[in-house]
Design a protein around this ligand. Sequence first.
Ligand code: PGA
Length: 249
Amino acid sequence: MQVIVKNTVEEMSRCGAEIVAEVIFSKKNPVLGLATGSTPVKMYQELIKMHKAGKLDFAKVRSFNLDEYAGLAETHDQSYRYFMNFNLFDHVNINKKNTNVPSGLAKDIPAACAEYEKKIVAWGGIDIQVLGIGTNGHIAFNEPLSGKNSRTRKVALTDGTIQDNARFFAKKSDVPTFAVSMGIGTILEARKIILLANGKNKADAIAKTVEGPITHMIPASFIQSHANCILVIDKDAASMLKGKYPSSL
Ligand code: PGA
């Protein structure tokens, strides 16, 4: 695991965008694993800037998102499909047919999850998986107690996660209580992982992820075992780390 500590969210986002862009440049048919949440928004803006400057072509890019709220239609402004269109896909030359977000409305959720897993494999696997992290150490919606070998499935959100996400909804009771999420096992199969985090509210989860034991109580700690994993975090998120970490690769 490599840890890079940047001074600001802007620097974190530029660094993250460069790492993702490098994968797009180097692969014929790049497959991105994408994340939602407030953390990657500025990184997506950097990728859009590169595209608009003529430096980054999304024509051959394909993508799989980590998760989706159960019960929200794609048209709901808090659905993760809506988020991806709004924050990235509508601003670059990606073919939306090549973008995948788990369905929150599937009638047979286990069958839809198995299909999602099969499609990732059929499309050659994920070249780079972007992750944020929850204040409780979750990655995607893999809450504490998620197993290392978990796969895409329906999951219950913890009260803390519902509280954290209530800021995006009119009221807490509007936040869905279930989601469909890639599993830890699915995430660990990506050829490269980049986890972004900023803000003091992430410092405890980051310290446990980087310097704590691997445990299902902190699902992000499982990425310690990944062979090609980079954390790009700002100094606030790094504030509880005991070690000293570089500011560039
Ligand atoms: P955030 O969420 O980027 O909105 O902080 C991260 C997460 O819960 O994974």
